[in-house]
Write a protein that binds this ligand. Structure first.
Ligand code: G
Ligand code: G
Ligand code: MN
Ligand code: NA
Length: 256
């Protein structure tokens, strides 16, 4: 209950910031930086750094998710412009998580259009919105996704493979990218059938013209495994943790 009240003021008091976790393309023999996922952090005056798993559900329940989500989106867009200037030839992208509640509320696509309109130097393909697969049955969400993709903004289905995915769903996903949940990867590559299973999942996603990001890559062996089984992109602690802005800029310099 105390946190509920704190959340109301946290935005005004400047207690939120974004961390940036790098995403890499699995080019043969190497990994190439392609962009970052923006992740919200709340520096609480008493409890320290709070993870979104704690406060996003609270913000959704209290209705603050719209203001908080707009703040994150605006900040991430501004930041990716700076990242792109630091390495123009890299064509860096920014992934921003959005709650289904944000998408379902009328006006989201219009506000996004405004934000992008205020940034004429930023191509819309540099933004990717991540949504969890569980919300796709909602008609309002599907409509918003259509409008968003018409802008040229990319859509990624987050945490894919653990929730309500069905083959029928996959076939008509209004998206460009599928992010395979890290739980999926855990304990894999120990058995030969894991290779065939992952290769088949990647083929299936490629068959409907989507790209694959594997999340939660924690070991060198997992990089070899997902490269061999066909993932396009990778993200995870083995490659890079969520970074501060200076650390992200250092990585960009080193990637040029
Ligand atoms: O960084 P961490 O593992 O704690 O993130 C947990 C979850 O919080 C992630 O699944 C992510 O989708 C969600 N999340 C992080 N940042 C944002 C944000 O800006 N908006 C929304 N809606 N969710 C976020
Ligand atoms: O659900 P979503 O994918 O948006 O969540 C992203 C969260 O996953 C981030 O908070 C990030 O800290 C966490 N994360 C990123 N890479 C790894 C990883 O390799 N292992 C684990 N356990 N968590 C990770
Ligand atoms: Mn995500
Ligand atoms: Na995820």
């Amino acid at each position: 209950v105390e946190l509920d009240n704190d959340l109301r003021n946290a935005l005004e008091n400047g207690q939120f910031h974004l961390a940036y976790q790098p995403i890499f393309a699995l080019a043969p023999g190497t990994e190439r930086l392609v962009g970052f996922e923006a992740l919200l952090r709340w520096e609480h005056p008493h409890y320290g750094s709070l993870q979104p798993g704690v406060f996003i559900p609270m913000a959704e329940k209290l209705g603050h998710i719209h203001v908080l989500g707009d703040w994150a989106l605006r900040n991430a867009l501004r930041q990716v412009q700076a990242f792109r200037s630091a390495g123009p030839e890299l064509d860096l992208k920014i992934n921003v998580n959005v709650s289904p509640l944000q998408l379902a509320k009328p006006g989201f696509a219009a506000r996004l259009t405004d934000m992008l309109g205020q940034m004429p130097d930023l191509p819309s393909h540099a933004l990717c919105l991540e949504i969890t697969e569980t919300c796709l049955s909602d008609e309002a969400v599907s409509e918003a996704l259509g409008a968003i993709r018409a802008l040229g903004v990319q859509v990624a289905i987050d945490d894919f493979g653990t929730g309500f995915s069905s083959l029928a769903c996959l076939r008509r996903l209004p998206a460009d990218i599928v992010k395979l949940d890290r739980a999926f990867l855990k304990n894999s590559s120990a058995e030969p059938q894991d290779d065939r299973f992952f290769a088949a999942v990647n083929s299936l996603i490629h068959a409907v013209d989507l790209k694959v990001v594997q999340e939660g890559v924690e070991t060198p062996a997992q990089i070899d495994f997902i490269r061999a089984t066909g993932a396009d992109f990778a993200q995870g602690f083995h490659l890079a943790r969520p970074l501060s802005i200076p650390a992200a800029l250092d990585l960009i310099s080193a990637s040029r």
